[in-house]
Design a protein. Structure first.
Ligand code: G1P
Length: 286
């Protein structure tokens, strides 16, 4: 079965980025010249996804607006003959791709957010992309790497990234065999009890069976329904694979991680990169 659905949990209130996120959804903060969520949507679409379910919140309708057409803006750009800008305004959502939004009425955590997408995704395999995490790869992107693995093995599969042991308490951590089968998953363990230093980086591909497991999952760490706990429970019934992500990962939910991503993406930018690097060099000397 090919993978055509993606779920993007985007209901969080972005408290780590206040005051910037008081009136603006954190997913609309720009990384150089595009909002964070635009990178994630483009990653999903490049991996073959056709329907994207945004799990959002009453205060974040700007997210839906970003992917909608904006009649007044488009008419104005057309009247002024600004074709290139018109294309930019129209291409927030590539042709042939649908965005569906559902509300997460209660702040019950990531597992609960993913479960909110069940009525749309139904029995289909789907990917989950956390929009705080921006990935960059030279070849296949992070989601495409998972889709390829799924096409080969037909099993749920998640991307993993080694982190220092001093950081394991911030992530879901996996135990994995040499054959890449996951043996255990623990959400935000203390270093002493962590099964490894392999973190769940925020890209997942699930068979629809995860929904039944999520429906049974009790509140875990932080009083929230944890996706990691549902994944751990399903290991008793199904094989889930863990593959190392081949590329760069930026935690843009963290201020320093976001600043590092800004420097990295600006330096690589097709039209701004060269001038930006000159600017950086000037700052380094100052
Ligand atoms: C979430 C997940 C965690 C994962 C992390 C990746 O945690 O619960 O398993 O490792 O994203 O960024 P959060 O960052 O929302 O606390």
């Amino acid at each position: 079965m090919s993978v055509k659905f993606a779920v993007i949990p985007a209901a969080g209130l972005g408290t780590r980025f206040l005051p910037a996120t008081k009136a603006i959804p954190k997913e609309l903060i720009p990384l150089v010249d595009k909002p964070l969520i635009q990178y994630v949507v483009e990653e999903a679409v490049a991996a073959g996804i056709e329907t994207i379910v945004l799990v959002t919140h009453a205060s974040k309708s700007a997210l839906e607006n970003h992917f909608d057409s904006q009649y007044e803006l488009e008419a104005e750009l057309e009247a002024r003959g600004k074709q290139a800008l018109l294309e930019v305004a129209r291409s927030t959502l590539p042709a042939g791709v649908k965005i569906v939004s559902v509300r997460q009425g209660k702040a019950l955590g990531l597992g609960h957010a993913v479960a909110c997408a069940a009525p749309i995704v139904q029995d289909n395999p789907f990917v989950v992309l956390l929009p705080d995490v921006i990935c960059y790869a030279q070849g296949d992107n992070a989601t495409a790497q998972l889709v390829k693995d799924y096409e080969m093995y037909g099993q749920s599969v998640i991307s993993l990234l080694p982190v220092p042991m001093t950081e394991v308490h911030k992530y879901g951590i996996a135990g994995v065999t040499e054959q890449q089968a996951i043996t255990t998953l623990v959400e935000k363990p203390a270093a002493e009890v962590a099964p490894s230093n392999l973190s769940v980086l925020g890209r997942y591909l699930f068979n629809a069976s995860i929904f039944a497991e999520l429906a049974k999952t009790q509140r875990g760490v932080g009083g929230e329904i944890q996706l990691t706990d549902a994944m751990h429970a399903i290991l008793a019934k199904e094989t889930m694979r863990g593959v190392a992500f081949d590329g760069e990962v930026h935690d843009c939910g963290d201020k320093l991680g976001y600043l590092n991503a800004t420097l990295t993406f600006a330096a690589r930018h097709a039209s701004l990169g060269a001038d930006f690097k000159t600017l950086l060099a000037q700052h380094a000397q100052a």
